[in-house]
Design a binder for this molecule. Structure first.
Ligand code: AMP
Length: 113
């Protein structure tokens, strides 16, 4: 398995961990696009959002609860933040292990580029 985020999830590659439980890991992005840029990943490998099935609904709901918890714990919930998932080429996806970008610490632009 050559997936870099699987290796991070297994601890084979180090990351700046923010949150971890049985199913999910959150860590700081290596090339942050905002003052706070965290990636939240399922430990299980899904290449893209397209691989999700009905049975994965609880996992995805849990990921949003983790985003909620991180925002509150890091005290940027009131200023606000953005959660983004990129899918395939036109979505700008470069790492093919499902991940949720959590951006905070500045005013976000709209529409996103
Ligand atoms: P995406 O373009 O949506 O696939 O986002 C992939 C993200 O993963 C980018 O923001 C990268 O900076 C980030 N990234 C790639 N490798 C690492 C790594 N080893 N540790 C942390 N973030 C990474």
């Amino acid at each position: 398995m050559s997936c870099i985020f699987c290796k991070i999830a297994k601890g084979e590659i180090t990351s700046q961990k923010v949150y971890e439980d049985e199913h999910v890991l959150a860590f700081h992005d290596i090339a942050p696009q905002a003052p706070i840029h965290i990636l939240i990943i399922p430990k299980k490998h899904y290449a893209t959002i397209l691989e999700l099935e009905e049975k994965d609904k609880d996992l995805i709901g849990h990921i949003f609860m983790v985003a909620n918890k991180i925002a509150r714990d890091m005290q940027f919930h009131e200023q606000g933040f953005r959660v983004v998932v990129n899918c395939n080429r036109n979505g700008g996806q470069t790492v093919f292990h499902l991940h949720f970008h959590l951006f905070a610490g500045r005013l976000m632009h709209w529409p996103p580029g």
